[in-house]
Write a protein that binds this ligand. Structure first.
Ligand code: GDP
Length: 357
């Protein structure tokens, strides 16, 4: 499944945040048969108000939300791109993820030293991005001579060479590929780290969290990438509490939703994902698909046999279903459509697949 790598300098609150992610992940995984959780993976359910409504209509016994997987990528230090620390391992691990989430320290606890002496979100972001950009520069500088050779004998390789040269220009100015907006199949084949979508988690103290002006300034530092603001210490407390107590603690610091929930939602969007829904007496469930996925591809997320044996899908939009009040009523109102293999799924489709096995 798709995953988001969590990176950050030492002492910014990564472990604190990651422990909270793992705790909610283990609780969630108990609901998913066959889910195995690796020690460096944390899973968060994507909050979705549609699920309880659907569960009510179908009398579902349980609700399974979509999930986002976070991977702890340890070992980012200055010089990682030159093999400092566990540099090479670090780069290999991060290459396997689909997006990069940077944890940035804003909290100013004098008992927790900062690797570079003082607190500066802007400098820390630059430090991390510089390492990622340097690693990409090495990749591109290695690729260009090879592509030049290949392009001499094969016209088709010209586009790949041009993509690499375009990337080199961007990286040399100290920008990430993500920032530059460069894209394309040839570029993707280079597997550059900074071509992945970025998102940022700012780890603040409770009083800083309440400071709208500060949050605005930090958001501007990273725009157009998304920013999530949280207090990792509070997040680690929240996962120990039951729902009512958790809400009370959140409200006491002026928040309505936990940082982990916000992170799951923003992560989901950053990955370009959407959900479709299935519902019955046993469970109401959100399934994760890429935007643009067809009906058979969506069926394949449930089981590969469903994709192979796909015949058709009965689809009702969530809004139509809620308005009708039941699936039978939606059918009689003509709101339930039969869709074939070319149907492109929409977010919030409530689906029942018909298939041969
Ligand atoms: P890592 O090196 O990035 O994994 O950082 P840790 O999660 O181990 O955190 C380093 C220290 O900072 C620990 O003593 C944490 O308790 C503390 N810490 C983490 N998040 C916060 C926070 O939001 N506020 C404060 N005051 N301390 C924090």
């Amino acid at each position: 499944s798709l995953s988001i790598g969590i990176v950050g300098l030492p002492n910014v609150g990564k472990s604190t945040l990651f422990n909270a992610l793992t705790k909610t992940g283990n609780a969630l995984a108990a609901n998913y048969p066959f889910a195995t959780i690796e020690p460096n993976v944390g899973i968060v359910g994507v909050p979705d108000e549609r699920l309880p409504k659907l569960a009510e209509i179908f009398g579902s016994a349980r609700i399974l939300p979509a999930k986002v997987e976070f991977v702890d990528i340890a070992g980012l230090v200055k010089g990682a791109s030159e093999g400092q620390g566990r540099g090479n391992q670090f780069l290999a691990n991060i290459r396997d993820t689909d997006a990069i989430c940077q944890v940035i320290r804003v909290f100013s606890d004098p008992d927790v030293t900062h690797v570079d002496g003082e607190i500066s979100p802007k400098r820390d972001i630059e430090t991390i991005n510089t390492e990622l950009i340097m690693a990409d520069l090495q990749t591109v500088e290695k690729a260009i001579p090879r592509l030049q050779k290949e392009a001499r004998n094969n016209k088709d390789k010209k586009a790949a060479l041009e993509a690499a040269e375009g990337a080199l220009k961007v990286l040399e100015t100290g920008k990430t590929i993500f920032e530059s907006g460069l894209d394309g199949e040839e570029l993707r084949e280079l597997h550059l780290l900074t071509a992945k979508p970025f998102l940022y988690v700012f780890n603040l103290d409770a009083d800083e969290l309440a400071d709208a002006e500060l949050r605005q300034r930090l958001a501007e530092l990273v725009a157009p990438a998304e920013a999530v603001f949280l207090d990792a210490k509070i997040e680690s407390e929240l996962v120990e509490l039951d729902d009512d107590e958790a809400l009370e603690l959140l409200q006491s610091v002026g928040q309505e939703e936990s940082g982990l929930s916000q992170l799951a939602r923003v992560g989901f969007e950053t990955l370009g994902l959407q959900t479709y829904l299935t519902a019955g007496p046993k469970e109401t469930r959100a399934w994760t698909i890429r935007k643009g996925a067809t009906a058979p591809e969506a069926a394949g997320v449930i089981h590969t046999d469903f994709q192979r044996g796909f015949i058709k899908a009965e689809v009702v939009s969530f809004d139509d279903l809620v308005e009708a009040g039941s699936i039978a009523k939606a059918r009689s109102l003509g709101k339930a459509r039969i869709e074939g293999k070319d149907y492109v799924m929409r977010d919030g489709d409530v689906v029942e697949f018909r298939f041969n096995v």
